[in-house]
Write a protein that binds this ligand. Structure first.
Ligand code: BG6
Length: 319
């Protein structure tokens, strides 16, 4: 296993915001893992599988900004306003809205911190990279770490560590998230992987796998969402949609309207969120649908020393 583990020197270097080049020297694995200046010049890790599939993870926000099949087809969607923010003078004033940003330690609005929490607004660090040396199955992987800071403790007064591993297994994108309580007092959190998927047209998109579930419809009053039961085999879009499906199963899929579906397989996330802003985002709503593995309906409570772990996988299935 070719691997590069975070050393004391790398940790100190991270505090000095190292360049993509310096990070690549330390964590790059030729042919499989490269750290480069990605969107807005932000340090980004690109994983490339031997089959040709690739994924990019930006250290700002620990956000997956690209997931391409071996054919070169992009699966994820970046909102145009996200790109504008990245091109502005202060690229870190807003989160990256697109790809797979984190919602942590809060999903949704909060009195104490920004909507969807601070994890998507701060720099994560590379802890390690690896690429399996099997010639036919070179699974490249990066593990990012987020720990509390003076900034985070002002909003959320706890010490914590999040480890987030992103790997490509052939054309399948896989993440493994661990949240650890490193404090001496308990805390609760909610979270989501806010996945923006590119669709041919939102009116052609269909979500399957949620029939029979109860959901919170946040479209009318997000603070007091109506509780409903999903009776549709296939959810289609004809207006704004903002639904949190409770106790979701470990599998659901989004038919993107091109003759393919993006599959969502997960372990230990309690809910699935389906969101389309519709004409509130006139220049882009037709091009994406958000489907999010989330832990919202039952917040996680961690005592000192405890950790929570969940996984998610995305793949493309021809229909
Ligand atoms: O624009 P943001 O902050 O990324 O949030 C987008 C949307 O994210 C979804 O997850 C929420 O359910 C919506 O209510 C919210 O509007």
């Amino acid at each position: 296993m070719a691997a590069a583990i975070c050393t004391l020197q790398s940790f100190q270097a991270a505090l000095r915001a190292p360049s993509s080049g310096a990070l690549n020297k330390e964590f790059g694995i030729p042919g499989h893992v490269v750290v480069f200046a990605g969107l807005g010049g932000l340090p980004t890790v690109r994983l490339t599988h031997a089959c040709g599939a690739s994924a990019e993870v930006c250290l700002f926000g620990g956000c997956i900004t690209s997931f391409k099949q071996a054919s070169g087809d992009e699966v994820l969607y970046m909102r145009p306003d996200a790109l504008k923010v990245l091109q502005s003078d202060s690229p870190k004033s807003k989160p990256i809205s697109g790809g797979i940003p984190h919602c942590f330690p809060q999903f949704g609005p909060s009195d104490k911190m920004q909507q969807h929490g601070f994890a998507r607004n701060v720099d994560w660090e590379i802890a390690s990279t690896s690429a399996d040396p099997q010639p036919d199955d070179r699974d490249p992987e990066v593990t990012l770490i987020l720990t509390d800071s003076e900034y985070s403790r002002k909003m959320w007064p706890y010490k914590f560590k999040v480890a987030y591993s992103v790997a490509l297994h052939g054309e399948l994108l896989r993440v493994d998230m661990r949240v650890m309580n490193t404090d001496d007092k308990p805390f609760d959190f909610t979270c989501a992987l806010h996945t923006y998927v590119e669709v041919l047209d939102i009116e052609k998109a269909k979500v399957r796998g949620l029939k029979g579930l109860q959901y919170l419809d946040k479209t009318v009053d997000p603070k007091n969402p109506a509780k409903k039961t999903e009776d549709r085999e296939e959810i289609t879009f004809t207006g704004p949609t903002d639904s949190v499906y409770l106790k979701a199963k470990d599998f659901a899929e989004l038919d993107v309207g091109t003759g393919a579906a993006v599959t969502f397989t997960s372990n230990n996330f309690s809910d699935i969120v389906v969101w389309s802003p519709w004409t509130a985002m006139p220049d882009c709503y037709r091009s994406f649908c958000c489907m999010e593995n989330a832990q919202f309906s039952s917040p996680v409570s961690l005592k000192p020393g405890e950790f929570w772990r969940a996984q998610a996988e995305w793949a493309v299935r021809d229909l």
